[in-house]
Write a protein that binds this ligand. Structure first.
Ligand SMILES: [Zn+2]
Length: 385
């Protein structure tokens, strides 16, 4: 209820009255020269990536065969986990199933934003790096191009600058960029040593700002909670760290990298994979409600959500990579004051993850595609007309 009310107040803020005739003329005259709109309401962008979240579940909800599978014995209570998933996420129709799995995506984004990637409706979204695993996927998305030198998941410094680093070098964004992620390797992907902005990943306590009571608790939990994956914290850690940072520092460009969808898929637990997707969706809602409650963000913030790669089909759903061609297939969603409310896209031209970097910049009124010509062009469908 709360989010619905905020959504309405944000919409009623009104875009059209602000566009005077002179501005329209300016837009028309410059339309051909740059794919960056002169008039835009977006002043802040938040990018949330859900590692290895398949488009199949995003658009169809829980899979009829996979939801019957039991996860690993080692995780404990596989039957109970599967029964819980069945009860929480199984419904008769795909439309109902996706709604219960990702209710915020299928209310706010589907009504007021855009969602690409439903192949059933002729909308395609993919990575172009050919490797279909994480580091190359994040790097493609954040730098705007695939680089053959980026071919492993090793935690090594990215040879290329991300659009985050590019924007942080501009006075208007300097010190107003930050990245948080569950996976330790985000330190390499963003090139923490070089990039000049805060990167906080995995279990590392956040000490760059004075601790709020919440942050002190999060930092304690990062140190004290049992770990399953040595290089990746559970998603609540990076998410709540990012939220505390956002409240205090109000970054204009924020990255939040969630990882549990991929981890539980690799572990073979479909039930926990669905739980992670559902939690991720609730994080989108929390972020959106939070920013609409803050004057620095309300009505001028765009939220972008996407994965870094897809996954295999049927029994191969747990994996992804070069040998699983369909794992190049992704999805992407946009919600903000400049994005026309076209909802779930139908018969839309294919979009690629390599277009995200320039799209982020364009939403903020900057032309990354001109500065870095090998980057994908911005997705004009989600920009102000
Ligand atoms: Zn993976």
């Amino acid at each position: 209820m709360k989010s619905q009310r905020m959504l309405q107040s944000w919409i009623s803020g009104g875009l059209l009255p602000a566009l005077g005739l002179s501005m329209l003329g300016l837009l028309l005259s410059s339309a051909g020269e740059a794919q960056v709109p002169a008039a835009h309401k977006t002043e802040n962008v938040i990018v949330v990536m859900m590692d290895g979240m398949r488009w199949e579940e995003v658009f169809h909800g829980a899979d009829a065969d996979l939801i019957k599978t039991l996860g690993p014995e080692a995780l404990g209570a596989p039957k109970e986990r599967a029964a819980y998933a069945q009860q929480q996420y199984w419904r008769e129709t795909p439309a109902e199933r996706r709604q219960v799995l990702m209710p915020f995506l299928w209310s706010a984004f589907a009504t007021h934003g855009q969602i690409f990637g439903n192949r059933d409706l002729g909308s395609d979204s993919q990575v172009i790096n050919g490797l279909n695993f994480s580091y190359p996927g994040y790097s493609e998305t954040l730098t705007g191009f695939a680089d053959p030198r980026v071919h492993s998941n090793d935690n090594i410094p990215n040879p290329n600058a991300t659009v985050f680093e590019w924007l942080n070098a501009k006075p208007a964004f300097n010190g107003k960029v930050a990245a948080f992620g569950a996976w330790e390797v985000f330190n390499g992907i963003f090139n923490r040593e070089r990039c000049g902005f805060l990167v906080n990943a995995s279990y590392e306590p956040l000490t760059a700002i004075a601790p709020t009571p919440e942050l002190a608790l999060i930092n304690a939990l990062k140190t004290e909670t049992v770990r399953i994956w040595p290089d990746e914290a559970f998603d609540p850690m990076p998410f709540h760290t990012a939220v505390e940072y956002l409240k205090v520092k109000k970054p204009r460009l924020l990255f939040v990298g969630l990882g549990e969808t991929d981890d539980w898929a690799h572990a073979g637990s479909y039930a926990e994979y669905l739980n992670a997707a559902h939690l991720g969706d609730s994080y989108l809602r929390q972020l959106w409600d939070l920013v609409q409650s803050m004057p620095a963000y309300r009505g001028k913030t765009t939220l972008i959500v996407l994965p870094d790669h897809g996954r295999g089909l049927g029994p191969k759903w747990t994996g992804h990579g070069q040998n699983i061609p369909e794992s190049k297939e992704t999805w992407m969603a946009f919600l903000g004051p400049d994005t026309p409310a076209l909802g779930e896209r139908k018969q839309a031209g294919p979009v690629t993850e390599s277009q995200i970097a320039a799209t982020i910049a364009a939403l903020l009124g900057e032309n990354y595609h001109a500065a870095v010509p090998q980057s994908g062009a911005p997705i004009t469908d989600v920009l102000a007309k």
